[in-house]
Ligand binder design. Structure first.
Ligand code: NDP
Length: 282
């Protein structure tokens, strides 16, 4: 038996089609949802992500600007730029592409974005809102994963969920969202002893470590739902997940592929958050 493949690309397309009506309503009120992405420096992977976001937004008739700043920009100059954008009434979302050059403190930068324009949901007040169970903007990647689980009608109440990876942008918000829906959640990190003992218990296994193919089929409970967040480019130029797909697909009940799984959902949820930010202006 092989697992059901959870098609993130198709789901992303469906969600985008459902957004047309909301966009048209905003347009009828004279509002075009608008996002500015700030890209600092010339990291090639970041440039690809930023271009994808820009294309997705413009395809739906949303406004998208990319502010490309030099790698040696001072932190103060970057903060001033963000403060300027915070004041722009025609702009609904501001996103700073991570990672930032090492001389810049990313926490300070993110916390300078006006929380009501923080469509990534990384601002400390948005992270806090999620923690107390009243999210305002949900970080796009875990938000997309929750949508996938919902459309697959995966029961979350009482389920054993294991999240491998504990970053602020994926692992931690993912765990909070699963827990909010009644799952019993374990978060693993690089110091976890006997990782397989945890992953093998999981009805829902989310892997976000940045370690290519580290979770293999023998670490998965038969029938589990496996969500692979990882995006790693192999030496052959191909994208690989954090889960070894070839062995996992034989054990899991359902699994996301890489590419075509979580990735397309992340950008789509950025659209959703930006539209929501614009709607709040009404
Ligand atoms: P980070 O590097 O910020 O965090 C990685 C986490 O994984 C850390 O908590 C780390 O533990 C943990 N970890 C590392 N190695 C192991 C291990 N051997 N066993 C258990 N845990 C481990 O990564 P991100 O969360 O930003 O990204 C994770 C992956 O997801 C990457 O491949 C990234 O490219 C991808 N990604 C994909 C997105 C998408 O749209 N599909 C969006 C964002 C990210 P510790 O805390 O101990 O250091």
């Amino acid at each position: 038996m092989t697992a059901t493949i959870i098609d993130g690309k198709a789901l992303a397309q469906t969600i985008k089609e459902e957004l047309h009506e909301r966009i048209a309503h905003l347009n009828s009120k004279g509002i075009t949802p608008a996002l500015t992405v700030i890209l600092v420096g010339d990291d090639p992977a970041s440039a690809v992500y930023v271009r994808n976001k820009h294309n997705t937004f413009t395809q739906l008739g949303l406004k998208s600007d990319v502010l490309h700043l030099p790698a040696d920009i001072t932190q103060e100059a970057l903060l001033n730029k963000i403060k300027e954008l915070n004041q722009d009434p025609l702009l609904h979302g501001i996103l700073v592409q991570l990672p930032l050059p090492s001389h810049i403190d990313s926490h300070t930068v993110i916390d300078t974005i006006a929380p009501e324009k923080d469509v990534d949901g990384f601002h400390i007040s948005n992270a806090g809102a999620l923690m107390i169970g009243h999210p305002r903007f949900i970080p796009c990647t875990p938000y997309g994963v929750m949508k996938m689980l919902a459309t697959q009608q995966v029961p979350l109440r009482g389920a054993e969920a294991v999240v491998v990876g504990a970053s602020n942008i994926v692992g931690k918000p993912m765990a909070l969202l699963l827990q909010k829906e009644g799952a019993t959640v374990t978060i693993c990190n690089s110091k976890t002893k006997d990782l397989a003992a945890h992953t093998k218990r999981a009805d829902i296994l989310v892997v976000a470590t940045g370690r290519p193919e580290m979770v293999t089929g023998d670490m998965i409970k038969p029938g589990a739902v496996v969500i692979d967040v990882g995006i790693n480019r192999g030496e052959d130029g191909k994208l690989k997940g954090d889960v070894e797909f070839s062995s996992a697909v034989k054990v899991a009940g359902a699994i996301t592929p890489v590419p075509g799984g979580v990735g397309p959902m992340t950008i789509t949820m950025l659209l959703v958050n930006t539209i929501e930010a614009a709607e709040r202006q009404l």
